[in-house]
Design a protein. Structure first.
Length: 678
């Protein structure tokens, strides 16, 4: 009102250049104007409108100048961060905090002046068109009340996202100690929208620092997420084994839940110092950070080996340094899954831990062999083995003819199965077609964390994969001295081949802990254990457990002597691949289907075992997955097709949908087996 009165006084004086007065008289005149001015009287409002409009325009221009200046400064900071990141000297960058921020202070100043001059301009404009004083004052108040939120809304809509994007981008580069984006500079920084691309990728990987959650989110979290975190931690405590590996996985796991799992792991491992690593999937870096925070918050100590690790590498380093190891991984499962593999320490310390030489310690643990420039094609399925295998191949004089999916991006969406799973036939199609055209004699496909693999063999012009049953028979041919082969239910068709070549088969339940436990049990009997083989393509031995690289090198030592035809003859039966059949009604399957099939099998005079699903000798193996809505099924015998038919008929009376899925799955697997496998 005071400002308005001053402008009225100016209008009344008419800007008379000859009118002179001292300061006191001007002050008195303004006071008189404030008290006595009747805004209904006819005044010359043109100078006031011009002045207020001029002030409004200048304020808007000043506001834009502040924004553009700060945007230029933001670009300057981003350029510096990118330069030191490219040089791998990001630790030299520091940015001191300011007591007062230039952008915020000036933006508030010009926001105030914009509202002030807009209010004055509106008020005196209404003098001409609105006669009632109440409405003029009401509109004046509304302009002031709406003005500030409107300017703030325009700022947030038009510019704040850009400053936020710059802040997030700089934080990503400063937190990317592994140099994920530096390794493929052209891919990430070539386009003008590189900040947006990297931020989107970092959110999926978990590289971005955790956002501050709103009170509404926190309230929702308390009633929803926290109980689930406790539930996950309780499940980990139940499944934890103090003498062997613990392998647990969950779908749609959150960082908060992983943090709680880290706290639980610290209790289970008695807060010992641990070796920690993770694979290459997009969420793994964030999951590793969350687990580490939880473990350390519960007074545990972590030696963090970071991303692009394999499970065998982390486990080997744990054994070497005499420490428990934790690998954050969901193995071969799709991107919606996460989990961990915990190996308690029961090994004597063999070396002092040195993070800089840990990678070399693992590499040098492989025997030096000369494969005389053997040509090989490899598909990493975007997993962490791409970091390790090329180094070992050079040491062993293996010539990698072609590498597929070697960027370690963790992006599995363009694989046929949407997962880094080499046991799914469609995931082998690419490498088989490529090997038909190049000079490779052998190929290998690894999963994401390096503990399962599939061998591809070229004989003449034919290129096909070796399934677990045939691989077991081939291995049994190689070992001359009698020994033990530990197999899960889906490798039992190899029983006759194992015995034919003078060895003994020991059947174990499916699952890494079960297989390792069975191997260790045989070792306590002073038995020679040559191999443990799962139908899921996990291969074990008594020295390096399921280190896929180790087993690939061993296979290459006797590859020349392989006789596929003789190995298949020693198996002595026909068999299908392990098929995955959709089964959504878990209760119906376990309570009705399995008992009915067991009863019918006994009636046919067939030997059965129900310790791990249902195994009917010389007929079929059937097992429900504990993680997914699928049942794994394998048929074997003289005519697997006939076995499938009677099983399907029996099931159709109880669970028709599953029976139909079984029939379709059998037809698909027959086609895949003929196309992709020896």
């Amino acid at each position: 009102m005071v400002v308005a009165a001053i402008l009225v006084f100016i209008a009344q004086t008419g800007f008379d250049q000859n009118h002179t007065t001292d300061t006191m008289s001007v002050s008195k005149n303004i006071q008189v104007v404030i008290v006595q001015t009747d805004f209904n009287q006819q005044l010359n409002f043109a100078p006031i409108l011009i002045l207020s409009l001029f002030g409004l325009v200048l304020s808007v221009i000043g506001f834009l100048v502040v924004i553009s200046t700060e945007l230029g400064y933001e670009h300057y900071i981003t350029d510096i961060v990118m330069i030191v990141y490219y040089w791998d000297k990001i630790e030299f960058y520091s940015h001191a905090k300011k007591p007062i921020r230039f952008r915020i202070a000036h933006r508030l100043l010009y926001s105030f002046t914009i509202v002030l001059f807009a209010a004055i301009f509106a008020f005196f404009t209404l003098q001409i068109v609105v006669s009632t004083l109440f409405y003029r004052n009401l509109i004046l108040v509304l302009v002031i009340l709406i003005g500030f939120p409107l300017i703030e809304a325009i700022y947030r809509w038009r510019w704040e996202w850009y400053f936020e994007e710059g802040r997030l981008f700089n934080n990503i580069l400063k937190n990317d100690t592994e140099g994920i984006y530096r390794e493929d500079w052209d891919r990430w920084f070539k386009d003008s929208n590189f900040r947006e691309k990297i931020i989107e990728d970092a959110r999926e990987r978990g590289i971005l620092p955790r956002r501050e959650k709103s009170w509404l989110y926190r309230l929702f979290y308390i009633f929803n997420s926290y109980p689930k975190s406790i539930e996950r931690a309780t499940e980990l405590r139940k499944k934890f084994r103090r003498t062997t590996l613990t392998d647990v996985r969950w779908q749609n796991l959150t960082f908060d839940e992983m943090r709680e799992l880290g706290r639980a792991a610290a209790d289970l491992l008695k807060r010992k110092k641990i070796i920690l690593g993770t694979d290459s999937r997009k969420s793994s870096y964030g999951m590793l950070k969350a687990f580490k925070e939880g473990y350390e918050k519960n007074k545990g100590e972590v030696i963090n080996y970071g991303i692009h690790c394999t499970t065998p590498m982390i486990e080997y380093l744990g054994r070497l340094y005499g420490l428990p190891s934790v690998m954050i991984t969901a193995s071969h499962l799709d991107e919606t899954w996460q989990g961990m593999k915990i190996t308690p320490c029961e090994y004597k310390k063999k070396a002092e831990y040195d993070r800089k030489k840990a990678f070399n310690d693992y590499i040098e643990s492989f025997p030096e062999k000369d494969f005389k420039c053997l040509p090989l094609t490899v598909d990493y399925l975007e997993g962490s083995v791409a970091r390790i295998f090329p180094v070992i191949a050079r040491r062993a004089n293996i010539r990698i003819v072609e590498e597929l999916n070697a960027e370690m991006s963790g992006d599995f969406t363009y694989f046929p199965s949407k997962s880094p799973n080499p046991s799914i036939p469609e995931n082998l199609a690419c490498i088989i077609e490529i090997m038909k055209k190049n000079e490779s004699r052998v190929g290998v496909v690894f999963d994401d964390d390096g503990d399962r693999h599939v061998i591809i063999l070229k004989i003449g012009n034919t290129v096909k994969a070796i399934d677990p049953v045939l691989l077991t028979a081939v291995s049994a041919m190689h070992y001359e001295e009698p020994g033990v082969f530990v197999v899960d239910p889906f490798v039992v068709p190899a029983e006759k081949a194992i015995e034919f070549w003078g060895h003994k088969m020991v059947r174990a339940k499916r699952g890494r802990p079960n297989m390792i436990g069975a191997i260790e049990k045989e070792l306590t009997k002073n038995k020679t254990v040559y191999k443990g083989v799962e139908g899921s393509y996990h291969i074990y031995d008594s020295k390096r457990l399921d280190d896929s690289i180790w087993h690939v090198l061993e296979f290459l030592t006797y590859m020349k002597n392989i006789d596929i035809k003789k190995a298949k003859e020693s198996i002595g039966c026909q068999y299908t691949l392990e098929m995955r059949v959709e089964c959504k009604n878990d209760k119906l399957f376990k309570e009705k289907v399995i008992p009915a099939l067991a009863k019918l099998s006994r009636g046919r005079g067939l030997k059965i075992k129900k310790s791990d699903g249902l195994w009917v000798k010389n007929s079929f193996v059937m097992r429900k997955s504990s993680r997914e809505d699928v049942v794994s099924v394998l048929f074997y015998g003289e005519k697997p097709g006939e076995e499938m038919k009677w099983v399907k008929r029996a099931i159709s009376q109880i669970y028709e949908e599953f029976a139909e899925n079984l029939g379709e799955g059998f037809n698909d697997v027959e086609t895949q087996q003929e196309k992709f496998y020896w």
